[in-house]
Write a protein that binds this ligand. Structure first.
Ligand code: PGA
Length: 266
């Protein structure tokens, strides 16, 4: 696992955006062989999407041959609902870049057939040969996508019930009214994320410190879904000082040392 420690949110967002952009460019995607990117919603990716939009607007990056898969969606919210994740993705990214509509994949929270919706999502990923890079945030309870504590670490796209903690965390988007936060979601599984060639998780702020500690310093445990990253060949966590505040000083020093040596070309 690679752990990139940055001073603050903005630096993490820049790092993540540059990483994603670079991966797309190096892949030289085409219509026949697009770059497949998994994407999150929430507060964490906002700065990353801003950077990516700026790169597109300044002609440094194109999404013409990028295929995206959103990580999750609330059940019962349609595309036009301001808090649906589909709406979020269009508002914050898709409306501002040159991605083709047919290359955007979103879970339909209004489906009547959850099993079919989830199975189709998985088979679409397979159709593209899998996901090249899954980018995500992390919940205060260590969830990735909406894989709450207790999720199987081999889970696939499915229906999930949110914890009280997650609904409280997300109530800020619903006028601080937890009763308005849906109780169930569709989400890619931990196994779905782990199948990606690379996984990049970003965490910012002291509220994520426990989750980051559990992810990096504790064992692989389904009570912290993000800890599955320890089993990934190319897992990266980019986090700021505040999110690292519950890591041991020697852990922080070690990961910083690794990155400094990389910088020197070792
Ligand atoms: P946040 O959510 O980015 O809004 O903090 C992260 C998550 O729940 O995965």
């Amino acid at each position: 696992m690679r752990v990139i420690i940055q001073k603050d949110y903005d630096k993490c967002a820049k790092w993540a955006a540059n990483y994603i952009a670079n991966k797309i460019k190096v892949a030289r995607p085409t219509a026949a062989k697009p770059f497949v990117l998994g994407l999150p919603t929430g507060s964490t990716p906002m700065g990353v999407y801003k950077e990516l939009v700026n790169m597109f607007k300044s002609g440094k990056l194109s999404f013409q041959h990028v295929v995206t898969f959103s990580m999750d969606e609330y059940i019962g919210l349609d595309l036009d609902h301001p808090q649906s994740y589909a709406h979020f993705m269009f508002e914050n990214l898709y409306n501002h870049i040159d991605i083709k509509k047919e290359n955007i994949n979103i879970l339909n929270g209004m489906t009547k057939d959850y099993a079919k919706e989830c199975a189709t999502y998985e088979s679409k990923m397979r159709h593209y040969g899998g996901v090249n890079l899954f980018f995500g945030g992390i919940g205060t309870d260590g969830h990735i996508a909406f894989n709450e504590p207790g999720s199987s670490l081999t889970s696939r796209t499915r229906v999930k019930t949110l914890t009280q903690e997650t609904r409280e965390d997300n109530s800020r988007f619903f006028g601080n009214n937890i009763n308005k936060v849906p109780k169930t979601v569709l989400t890619v599984g931990v196994g779905t994320i782990m199948d990606a060639e690379e996984v990049l998780i970003m965490a910012s702020g002291a509220s994520k410190a426990q989750a980051i500690h559990d992810t990096i310093e504790e064992g692989v445990n389904h009570m912290c879904a993000a800890s599955a990253l320890q089993m990934h060949q190319h897992g990266i966590i980019v986090c700021d000082d505040a999110a690292c505040s519950k890591l041991l000083p020697k852990t922080v020093d070690y990961f910083k040392q690794i990155e400094n040596l990389k910088f020197e070309g070792v």
